[in-house]
Design a protein around this ligand. Structure first.
Ligand code: BTN
Length: 326
């Protein structure tokens, strides 16, 4: 009921009377009043005027299940939210729920992670109050070999969502870092459980630097936040809901062909490496090449100095700009 009351308050600029809310939810006036008091405690500014009702004046950067669900305009992606003020890692939570058969599309969100995980076994430092840490649980009916492509689908959704909410020009560093003005604002970590020919579940974890004002010395040159780039705070729940909307749309396109055919041009248009010289870092082998864009299965096509075209598979390989991070 809390998410629904919030949604009604957000959709109405005018007052909604207590009576209307009681009738809508078939509950007492006291029950409605209690929910309004809870919302105020969480930081919402709600005006209550006798004989008129309730009106939402301001929603700060509140993170809660009710807030996120009240903003969600999707059919399945993030329709159900499991929210934690603090957890070890939203990927771990999503996997534990996945083992128990939790539904496709459930979204796990935390304000803080005590054991946030990055790619290649790195730590994803996850303090409270300023970032997005979220993981979507999926049961895609495709072969396990296709699942890594979903990481690129999520990268597109994050890039598009950030652009919609902030107006910033977002780029993707292959395969799935989101870049604003040459620095990283988001990383994505996909994990899965599969049989030989069957996916039990896939979890796609997204960490976005939203309202940080500074970064530790060692990553200051390569990391940034949306607040640093726009000069103003961004409401995390709004961004989460917008990304889920984009993800749902892109996912449906992906499932039509079970590959990136329908998304490839759009992905390449966002690719920061496109047409640039990159340094390809394969285990035990490094070389420079010219990036030509992704193919329909998400590999990066590069032209090496001797004119050969190669397809690089993301698993073990990464690319850097020849003159720096991008
Ligand atoms: C990277 O190394 O670039 C990927 C970082 C992924 C971090 C996110 S935060 C939410 C989810 N939970 C985790 O423990 N990791 C991912």
């Amino acid at each position: 009921m809390k998410s629904e009351i919030l949604r009604l308050l957000k959709e109405n600029d005018a007052y909604i009377s207590g009576q209307q809310l009681c009738e809508h939810f078939h509950v007492s006036r006291t029950a409605v009043w209690k929910v309004i008091e809870q919302l105020k405690k969480e930081g919402y500014q709600i005006e209550a005027v006798r004989n008129k009702g309730y009106r939402l004046i301001d929603s700060p950067d509140v993170m809660s299940r009710a807030e996120i669900e009240s903003l969600m305009n999707t059919t399945w992606a993030g329709k159900k939210v499991v929210y934690y003020d603090e957890t070890d890692s939203t990927n771990n939570q999503a996997k534990a729920y996945g083992e128990k058969g939790e539904a496709h599309g459930t979204l796990f969100v935390a304000d803080m992670q005590a054991a946030g995980k990055g790619r290649r076994g790195r730590v994803w430092v996850s303090p409270a109050g300023s970032s997005i840490y979220m993981t979507i649980l999926l049961h895609p009916d495709v072969l396990p070999t296709k699942a890594p492509q979903l990481t690129l689908v999520m990268a597109m959704a994050v890039a598009e969502g950030i652009r919609k909410v902030t107006g910033l020009e977002t780029k993707i560093k292959w395969p799935n870092d989101i870049i604003v003005h040459g620095r990283k604002v988001c990383g994505i970590l996909t994990e899965m459980s599969t049989e030989i020919d069957y996916i039990n579940y896939v979890v796609i974890g997204v960490g976005i630097n939203v309202n940080q004002e500074t970064f530790p010395e060692e990553i200051r040159d390569t990391a940034t936040s949306l607040k640093i780039e726009t000069g103003s705070s961004v409401r995390r729940s709004v961004l989460i809901a917008t990304i889920m909307e984009c993800f749902e749309q892109f996912y449906e396109v992906f499932m039509e062909t079970e590959d990136l055919s329908g998304l490839q041009d759009r992905y390449n248009a966002m690719l920061v490496n496109l047409g640039r010289e990159v340094r390809v870092l394969e285990p035990g082998n490094e070389y420079e090449a010219h990036a030509l864009g992704i193919n329909r299965t998400g590999e990066l096509i590069v032209r090496t100095v001797d004119g050969q075209e190669k397809e690089i598979y993301a698993g073990e390989v990464s690319v850097r700009g020849v003159y720096g991070y991008v």
